[in-house]
Design a protein around this ligand. Structure first.
Ligand code: SDX
Length: 429
């Protein structure tokens, strides 16, 4: 007999079904609450509200667990490739070798962008933020792929999935090249996904450039770790936009814009700015820990805290280890890494952070690795978007394939003025 929740309201008892997930998470299904009681629920920031059921990613915030389609992030980080992980998230299973080869070759053949798109880059200011460029150019893709009614919805979704996975690295690299006045580099289809991106970012027509295998391995890890994270702000945005049946390009553009915020994906850029300022001021971590505790400063320790993880972010643990490994392999000693470790140690000992269960999140160490790879700080969130793309696509697909899916349209509790008159302008105060 499935469990029910009883709600006592105005003398009546309403029974609401309880939904139990794979890992025994429980939710009260309020789909019929308003019909039964006239009431809705209210939950600012959706702290307690599940927007959907999903089979893509599982997070246990207390135990620091993150799994894509049931596979622990630690195993994927160790053994998978980004495109294989993308296939897992989007198609729901690990690909056979022929499936992976076919997927890889499909992506490879869509890495170039339309030559007319390149002219957009001449129009952006040289110091335009690359997230604005990414959102603009991704949105423009829908103008280059318009007349495709000869394909089924599923065929078009699959093709646009490949187009986006293939072109985002090219679009991102073009933004970087334009910002430093270097020629835009063409993708090389014989290269692997990560090698190709690093080639487009750092090679020039003037000389031969070999991509460092350590950088390829590190980028592969970073992209896997960022690939999905269930109903985070940007992914929920992608599901919201997909629910109006807007194009996948429109939904991904919306996800890019949501990710840009400093509370979300924009934090990795802010972490480096914070550590750099800390170092330039003499490196007193205690000053910043105290500032973060002082409500009058509005300062937050960037890269710390998480809506779900209340123990540790497993991705931060993996990235912290990767930092040490990469910097050692590249023979780089970055004072910001030492500062980050000192800051983490100081914060994790402080009652303010302990009581609020604030731990380093995925953004705390990722910036140090991107910096070591030569990625400019302003492009860190673009790197986050490259990683998160398959997760966004997987959730859009899951939403669109859900039988009886409805447009997402939350309710509200109105607290504005009661019935009011229209006062003519000469009588207004
Ligand atoms: C990502 O959702 C996801 O899954 C996101 C993500 C993903 O993969 O998609 O994991 C990626 O976005 C990671 C988060 C990156 N953002 C930052 O590092 C920015 C700094 N962090 C904070 O802005 C904050 O921790 C959030 C936004 C991440 C979480 O905010 P919540 O869940 O709304 O928590 P809250 O703001 O209500 O904080 C609870 C308390 C408050 O203090 P009190 O009012 O109880 O006294 O903790 C405090 C907050 O002031 N607090 C912090 C803090 N984060 C929370 N205080 C100092 N420094 C911080 N970083």
């Amino acid at each position: 007999m499935s469990e029910v929740a009883e709600l006592k309201l105005e003398g009546q008892t309403v029974e609401l079904p309880v939904v139990v997930g794979t890992e025994n998470e429980k939710g009260i299904d309020i789909s019929n609450l308003r019909a039964k009681t006239g009431y809705i629920t209210l939950d600012n920031g959706y702290m307690n509200t599940g927007a959907c059921t999903s089979a893509i990613t599982f997070i246990d915030g207390e135990k620091g667990i993150l799994r894509y389609r049931g596979i622990p992030i630690e195993v994927l980080a160790e053994r998978s490739s980004f495109l294989e992980t993308a296939y897992l998230l989007i198609d729901g299973k690990l690909p056979t070798q022929p499936e992976l080869d076919n997927f890889t070759n499909r992506v490879r053949r869509h890495t170039m962008i339309h030559e007319d798109i390149k002219r957009f880059y001449d129009g952006f200011p040289r110091d335009a933020h690359p997230m604005a460029i990414l959102a603009s150019v991704v949105s423009s893709l829908s103008t280059f792929y318009q007349h495709e009614n000869n394909r089924t919805e599923a065929e078009l979704f699959s093709l646009n999935t490949v187009r986006l996975l293939a072109k985002l690295p090219t679009i991102a690299a073009c933004a970087y090249k334009k910002s430093i006045g270097q020629p835009l580099m063409y993708p090389q289809n014989h290269m692997s996904y990560c090698e190709n991106f690093l080639h487009m970012m750092f090679s020039t027509p003037a000389e031969h450039y070999e991509v460092d295998p350590v950088m390829i391995e590190t980028l592969n890890l970073l992209l896997i770790l960022h690939a999905d994270h269930e109903q985070n702000c940007s992914t929920s945005t992608v599901r919201m936009v997909s629910s109006s049946k807007a194009s996948l390009f429109a939904a991904i553009t919306a996800g890019i814009c949501a990710l840009w915020g400093p509370r979300h994906g924009g934090a990795n850029e802010e972490v480096i700015d914070m550590l750099t300022q800390m170092r330039n001021e003499g490196g007193s971590v205690s000053k910043y820990v105290e500032m973060a505790k002082d409500k009058n400063t509005k300062f937050k320790l960037m890269g710390f805290g998480h809506r779900v993880y209340k123990n540790f972010d497993p991705r931060a643990k993996i990235l912290k280890a990767a930092c040490d490994k990469l910097l050692a392999k590249m023979k780089i000693s970055d004072p910001l890494l030492d500062l980050a470790k000192e800051l983490e140690e100081a914060a994790l000992k402080d009652p303010y952070f302990i009581e609020r269960k604030l731990y380093p999140n995925v953004d705390f160490y990722s910036g140090i690795i991107y910096k070591a790879m030569g990625i400019p700080t302003v492009a860190f969130t673009v790197m986050f978007a490259l990683g998160r793309l398959p997760g966004w696509i997987a959730h859009a697909k899951e939403y669109l394939n859900e039988p009886g899916n409805k447009i997402n349209r939350p309710r509200q509790i109105y607290i504005g003025p009661a019935l009011a008159d229209y006062v003519s302008v000469d009588k207004r105060k």
